[in-house]
Design a protein around this ligand. Structure first.
Ligand code: 4NP
Length: 148
């Protein structure tokens, strides 16, 4: 999961996707990481507004520490999902292993996860809703792919 700062969108997607994978019994098959293309927040916890929205919805937002994406990680991941088109461009565009996170959104495929950093708390609630339904769809695909 890759966004810009790794303190709002990709950490939210990371926490929700891990939760859904555990629910589906796939947490021993799929490992999730998140990072940002920028380095401003490296080592810091999640944005307080992102953490509050997650915590209110019952997720654990406490373990996150921001990391900067390193292109040498590409080969170690089967799927690298960008939160928006800028992040996608920074990753070199679509490829066999690079896509937009919301390519898997059953409601609005191919849209950005809008950056909530400069907005109000509504933006974070809206990001959570799109991250939850997209993670559900992604886990359904992964379940099919990984079925023994
Ligand atoms: P994120 O949000 O990419 O979803 O983590 C942002 C966080 C920080 C900044 C921009 C976006 N920033 O400019 O510091």
């Amino acid at each position: 999961m890759v966004c810009l700062g790794n303190i709002c969108r990709s950490p939210m997607a990371h926490v929700v996707l891990e939760d859904r994978l555990a629910e589906a019994g796939l947490d021993d098959r799929v490992v999730v990481h998140s990072s940002g293309t920028g380095d401003w927040h490296v080592g810091r916890p999640m944005d307080q507004r992102a953490a509050a929205v997650l915590t209110d919805a019952g997720y654990d937002a406490s373990r996150h520490r921001a990391r900067q994406y390193d292109e040498s990680w590409m080969d170690a991941h089967d799927l690298v999902l960008a939160m928006d088109h800028d992040n996608l461009a920074d990753l070199g565009g679509r490829s066999t292993r690079v896509a937009l996170f919301r390519d898997f959104d059953p409601e609005d495929a191919g849209e950005d996860v809008p950056d909530p950093y400069y907005g109000g708390s509504d933006g974070f609630a809206s990001v959570l809703a799109m991250v939850e339904r997209t993670s559900d769809a992604l886990v359904a695909e992964l379940s099919d792919l990984l079925r023994d």
